[in-house]
Structure formats: C-alpha cells, structure tokens
Design a protein around this ligand. Structure first.
Ligand code: NAP
Length: 281
C-alpha cells in the first residue's frame, strides 16, 4: 500500500523546531524581522501573504506588511526595497509575485539584497546553488527535499526525474536533487516520449502546471511521486498535476494535494527567515 507523505505534519514539525530556535535568538536579544510587500489587491496573493504573516506570528518572527496600491510605480517599489535593504532591523524581504504588468519582476528580484532574499530568487543565490555554495534556496523545491528526507526516502543514487524547468520550481529542484547525489533528468514541454522518460524515475517530481496530467502510465511500479502542482478541479476542489486516485495503486509513496508540498513552501520560507540572521548554510 502506498505511503501518503504528510506535508502538513512535516511542515508543523519544521515550524516547531524553528519556533524553538527563534526563542533562543530572542533570549539573546535577537529579533527576526521579515518585510512582506504586496502590490495590488490580487485575492490569491492576499491569501498567500496572510498565510505567511500567520506563520511568522506562530514562530515568533516580526512581520512588516507593505500593502501598496496597484498603480505603484517601478521606481516607488525600487526605492522601498532600497530602504529595506539598508535597514539593519530587517532580515528578510519578500515581494509577493506576480506583480502588476507595468513592473518588471526580474528588475525587482535583482534589487533585493541577496543577503535578505529569503525567497531565494536572486541570481546570486541561484548561482550559488548551481555551484554548490551557500545561499538561500527557493522554498518549494527545498520543501520537497525535506519531505523526502523526513519520510526516510533516500535520494542518493536514485533515478530522479523532474517534470518542469521553471526558475522557481523545476530548475532549483533538479539542482537540489543533484546536490543530494540523485541521477537527475529534467523534462519540459519539448521532451519527447515523456511517458518513457518519467517511467524510469525512482523519484518523480511533477511541476508542470496542468491539473491531473500525470497518471499511472507515466509512473514506474513502486516509484515515489511528489506532486508540486496546485489547481482547482471541475468541482472547485484542490488537485495537483498528478491524478492521485489513478496513480496511488502504482506508487510506493506519494504526496497528496492539498496537504503535501503546499504547506512545506511556507515552512521553508520561515526556515530561510531564521537563517537570515546569520550567514546562511
Ligand atoms: P511554470 O512556470 O508554468 O512551468 C511549467 C513547466 O512545465 C515548464 O517548464 C514547462 O515546459 C513544463 N511543461 C508544461 N507542460 C508540459 C508538458 N505537457 N509536458 C512536459 N512539461 C511541460 O510553472 P511553475 O511555476 O513551475 O509551477 C508548476 C506547478 O506547481 C503549478 O501547478 C503551480 O501552481 C505549482 N506550484 C506550487 C507551489 C506550492 O507551494 N505547492 C509553488 C510553486 C508552484 P517549458 O519550459 O518548455 O514551457
């Protein structure tokens, strides 16, 4: 029977460990502060920002909320980031994406000091990951690594296939699996014979952004399947990129949606915030 990887439980464990660390810092007079910037009133972004604030509260991290109007200019946002980069009492800066169309995301990501880039999106942090140096790592893929490790699933020497090559999930995911000594293949929309390539995986990480796209035809008997996708199905219920019901009889372990990868992203953001008070490792 398949082992259902419990992201809710594992993320709670991580948050509780972090809470303890934050208390130790507090006892030494060190307060951790995360600045969260949201531009415009996108309801989904509002929910994400709210969840991040709640997690900060739980762990004991001070959060500063900047809710800027939709018409905020690129220059105004850049000068706020500059101010926060210079503030010694701010450890982490997070700009909620997506931004309104008139603001170039790339420019904003690059304006955040790499030492405060708790999302791990700055090219310096991405570069550090690719050459095995210390730096902040993107939260969703580092959450996947924690799910695997804390479920006792070994990565070393395994055939790992990542479906998706986005900058925030697929590419850092592949680099992290490589760092853990997996043998890594990355698939994308131009991959030929996806079923055959995915079917080789001992560990299959799916981040392609299409609801229930991956069924058991793409999965090797006994594989571990990690579903990063998040969607609403025809009945408005949350689902992933994997057709869970179809896949589950064939796998040895699988993450559900909701309750799999999703909760890990915020837990790892909190991890990065805690790491931001000292040189990152
Ligand atoms: P994205 O930027 O849209 O990237 C999707 C990737 O999948 C691309 O590399 C694309 O290939 C590839 N792809 C698309 N269709 C494909 C197909 N038919 N066959 C093979 N590859 C295909 O998406 P993302 O930001 O990485 O997110 C992926 C999913 O994860 C989404 O459902 C998103 O909502 C979810 N997500 C969840 C969390 C979380 O916290 N749980 C966080 C982030 C994202 P090309 O590069 O060739 O276009």
């Amino acid at each position: 029977m398949a082992f259902i990887i419990d992201g809710k439980k594992i993320s709670q464990e991580i948050k509780d460990e972090l809470k303890e660390k934050v208390n130790e810092y507090k006892a030494k007079g060190i307060q951790i502060t995360l600045a969260v910037i949201q531009v415009g009133g996108d309801p989904a972004s509002g929910v994400y920002v709210g969840n991040k604030k709640k997690a900060c509260e739980y762990i004991g991290i001070r959060s500063l909320a900047y809710e800027l109007p939709e018409e905020t200019t690129e220059d105004e946002l850049l000068s706020l980031i500059e101010e926060l980069n210079d503030r010694e009492d701010v450890n982490g800066i997070l700009v909620q994406l997506p931004l309104p169309e008139h603001i170039k995301e790339e420019l904003i990501i690059q304006a955040i000091s790499p030492a405060k880039d708790v999302d791990g999106f700055h090219p310096q942090n991405v570069g550090a990951l690719s050459i095995g140096q210390k730096g902040f790592v993107s939260c969703t893929p580092s959450g996947v690594i924690q799910l695997l490790k804390r479920s006792g699933i070994e990565i070393e020497g395994k055939e790992c296939v990542v479906i998706g090559r986005s900058n925030i999930v697929g590419k850092p995911m592949a680099l992290l699996l490589l760092r853990e000594n997996g043998t890594v293949t990355v698939c994308h929309s131009r991959t030929k014979n996806l079923k055959e390539v995915a079917g080789r995986a001992d560990i299959l990480v799916v981040a392609l952004g299409r609801p229930k796209f991956i069924n058991q035809d793409y999965i090797k008997e006994g594989a571990v399947v990690i579903d990063v996708g998040i969607h609403r199905d025809e009945n408005n219920k949350l689902c992933g990129d994997v057709d869970f019901q179809d896949a589950v009889p064939k796998v040895s372990a699988i993450t559900p949606v909701p309750g799999g990868v999703g909760p890990m992203t915020i837990a790892m953001l909190m991890h990065n915030c805690v790491e931001s008070v000292r040189p990152v490792d």
